[in-house]
Design a binder for this molecule. Structure first.
Ligand SMILES: *Cc1c(COP(=O)(O)O)cnc(C)c1O
Length: 497
């Protein structure tokens, strides 16, 4: 299985191995790597997967996409990444709310958010790729984060051989807890820095550095090369396909469905990575009927799926689900490629870069709407959903999951489609304790850190270990810079001129 860019035309196309795609992150023409074809998942395959534990399911699915890796290496990596020590609550347990709704809890890892699902295994895939391609240089991982990616990447890459990592986060776009988590990060090969601005400022700054040829040469002279841990790296995406297949298997083994029965999936969406992984699972042959793309007030994707026009020229809202406060969903490019091929994808991406807006043609929109529904949930609805779900179901959700839950409820009510719905739950409620607490009881006012204890008190649920005692840890990173200073900052940090 080889990988190609979403943007290069057929005749000038170069295909690369999965190791190369993971090592480099972004294709040379600025496009994203995609597999040349989608491997098939038969009903017999699903039946076999049902009998396996999560790491074995992961190795099995990953081996279909990452064919140049040794299967033993994939299994070893999955066993380490998804161990009971790292995921004390299980890697991706499926909680049942009622006969229709199931919550796929993707936040039992070291940072209590779903990014761990990919970022615990990704560094191992990268190490394998460096070895497998005879790479002598050190990989320099550069990340722009809206909060969760950064911390999860830091945890995944810290103190890993032949790798350095720098994370930029928007000063105005992460919660107090997220900030503390990153500022107190341990590890000798890590650097964390805040940017004045929002997530798109941080992300466009990082993209600029990735396309800076002079900087790449400088790095090379210093025995380094740039690599990405962002959701655009295929090594991030592939591990996310696994848990949708795993959730389906769990529904089968629980006796809720028979192999072949179809399900629906709702995903709280920002960069479109998580939901795209579900779409890949569907393309493989997993019986998924609809994918509900749930947005918060930054509902650029809802409008796109409704109208075919993607328009980022709009007001940017800072919401209580900050990991979804995104106006450019980078992974959407892969969906456009899958539906339109490279030529139109390049056109749309150019329009997006030049004008911040593009419209796909009718056939393309119809194809998207065959599989996707767009919905969004505002701030008041998010709070109400947290409160109602806890009161009615005794189930506590975070702000991102609440957005998805509300959109799923709405879809079920409006469509009458009651086949099993898998709702991706992307963060522990404790990661966004202050907003969750305020949603349950708006008379409580307290410090964001105190909120963890209060939330535990009033809901009788435990604080996950990675989030307790944050305020007692040493703050190692205190810097805030302007986005124009990012290159300078990195050069200083790496000691290159
Ligand atoms: C990253 C993130 C999302 C959005 O996922 P995408 O893959 O970017 O669409 C949703 N919720 C949480 C908690 C996240 O960290």
């Amino acid at each position: 299985m080889n990988y190609i860019s979403t943007r290069s035309a057929e005749k000038e196309r170069k295909s690369v191995s999965s190791m190369y795609a993971i090592k480099t992150g972004l294709a040379a023409d600025g496009g994203l790597f995609v597999p040349e074809s989608v491997p098939a998942l038969t009903h017999e395959d699903i039946e076999k997967l049902c009998a396996l534990d999560y790491p074995h399911r992961a190795a099995e699915v990953l081996s279909r996409f990452l064919t140049d890796y040794d299967k033993e290496y994939l299994l070893d990596s999955a066993n380490k990444a998804y161990s009971a020590e790292r995921f004390p609550g299980g890697a991706a347990p499926l909680a049942k709310l009622d006969d229709t709704r199931n919550v796929l809890e993707l936040w039992h890892g070291p940072t209590c958010a779903f990014k761990d699902m990919a970022l615990q295994i990704m560094p191992r895939l990268l190490t394998g790729a460096l070895k497998g391609t005879g790479e002598k240089r050190e990989a320099f991982i550069l990340v722009a984060t809206s909060g969760d990616t950064g911390k999860a990447a830091l945890e995944g890459y810290k103190d890993i051989d032949q790798i350095k990592i720098t994370v930029f986060y928007p000063e105005d776009g992460v919660s107090r807890v997220q900030k503390l988590q990153m500022a107190t990060q341990t590890g000798e090969n890590v650097c964390v820095c805040a940017i004045n601005g929002n997530f798109d400022d941080a992300q466009s700054g990082v993209k600029k550095i990735f396309s800076d040829k002079a900087f790449a040469e400088k790095l090379d002279k210093n025995g380094l090369f740039l690599s990405s841990a962002n959701p655009i790296n295929w090594g991030r995406l592939a591990p996310q396909i696994v848990y949708y297949i795993s959730a389906y298997c769990d529904l089968v083994t629980r006796g809720d469905i028979k192999i072949g029965d179809s399900i629906n999936v709702t995903v709280p969406t920002g960069n479109f990575g998580n939901i795209l992984a579900a779409y890949y699972a569907k393309l493989m042959g997993l019986p998924i009927n609809k994918l509900i793309c749930a947005s918060n007030s930054n509902n650029v994707l809802t409008d796109f799926i409704k109208t075919g026009t993607y328009d980022r020229n709009r007001k940017f809202y800072t919401t209580m689900s900050p990991s979804m406060d995104i106006l450019i969903s980078s992974n959407l490019e892969r969906l456009l490629y899958l539906i339109n091929g490279p030529k139109k994808t390049s056109e749309y991406m150019k329009k997006l870069a030049d004008e911040g807006c593009y419209t796909v043609d009718k056939e393309c929109l119809a194809k998207i709407r065959e599989s996707f529904e767009g919905a969004y949930c505002d701030e008041v609805q998010t709070s109400d959903t947290i409160k109602e779900t806890f009161e009615n179901e005794k189930y506590l959700v975070d702000t991102h999951t609440a957005v998805a839950l509300k959109c799923a409820n709405e879809y079920i009510a409006q469509s009458g489609d009651i086949r099993p719905m898998v709702i991706a739950s992307t963060a522990s409620p404790y990661k966004f304790a202050l907003d969750v607490l305020a949603s349950l009881d708006d008379s409580i006012s307290c410090d964001p850190l105190e909120a963890l204890d209060k939330l535990s008190e009033i809901t009788s649920t435990p604080i996950p270990a990675p989030l307790s005692g944050l305020d007692k840890r040493e703050v190692r990173f205190k810097k805030t810079i302007n986005k124009e200073e990012m290159l300078e900052e990195i050069s200083g940090e790496l000691g290159i001129k």
